[in-house]
Design a protein. Structure first.
Length: 213
């Protein structure tokens, strides 16, 4: 029994379990979850779809947006959204006030927070919209947490959403499912990490109680 306890203590100290402890803290803070699709990844790239999920996973904002630049072929191949499909959609300027009112004073989790924040800033700058609100956001990045938990799948020390979903055993989601589905997948990755951590803690506590009994 004592040997089993030592094994559980080592597992609880593992990178996966420690990441699960962080995920649990994020979940307990009752955040909102933001996922996005973009025209690409370059310095002129803009947001073309955004979904915001509340703590209970209800969708509190979702819209595609008409950008002022073309959609890169590589990005279109990934998410399946082209410029023709965005005709008639609102511009970011038409929905920004709604977005700002939702994210104000709320903890936020994004998968790739640095990238998404950059794209949002570029999008606002391209349309002469305010950007100072972005600096006040409290954002946590699930991508780096996933990299700590599962390792990386590239030379940059980061991890793709697809790789994180595979390692966390999240099923039923794909890159071309849209921003809402990606938001659900993000929540599931965090919950699975947190559940792993909590399960180990419960097993360890039970084992110690049996030893002391």
């Amino acid at each position: 029994m004592q040997k089993d306890t030592l094994v559980l203590e080592r597992e609880l100290a593992s990178s996966l379990s420690r990441a699960g402890g962080v995920a649990l803290a994020w979940l307990n803070a009752k955040p909102i979850y933001i996922s996005m699709k973009t025209t690409g990844s370059g310095k002129d790239a803009q947001v073309i779809e955004m979904a915001i999920l509340d703590t209970d996973q209800s969708v509190i904002f979702h819209s595609q947006m008409l950008p002022s630049v073309a959609v890169d072929p590589e990005a279109e191949l990934s998410h399946g959204i082209n410029l023709s499909a965005l005709q008639g959609r609102p511009a970011l300027s038409q929905v920004l006030a709604q977005i700002m009112s939702i994210v104000e004073y709320r903890p936020i989790v994004m998968f790739n927070a640095i990238f998404n924040s950059r794209i949002l800033k570029q999008s606002c700058q391209a349309l002469d919209l305010p950007i100072d609100w972005l600096d006040s956001l409290a954002v946590n990045c699930a991508m780096y947490l996933a990299a700590n938990a599962y390792g990386t799948d590239n030379r940059y020390g980061t991890v793709s959403m697809a790789f994180a979903m595979q390692k966390a055993k999240v099923i039923g989601f794909r890159d071309d499912n849209g921003a809402v589905a990606e938001g659900y997948a993000l929540v599931q990755i965090l919950k699975l990490m947190a559940n792993h951590h909590e399960t180990l803690k419960a097993k360890l506590a039970h084992g110690k109680m049996q030893i002391s009994a």
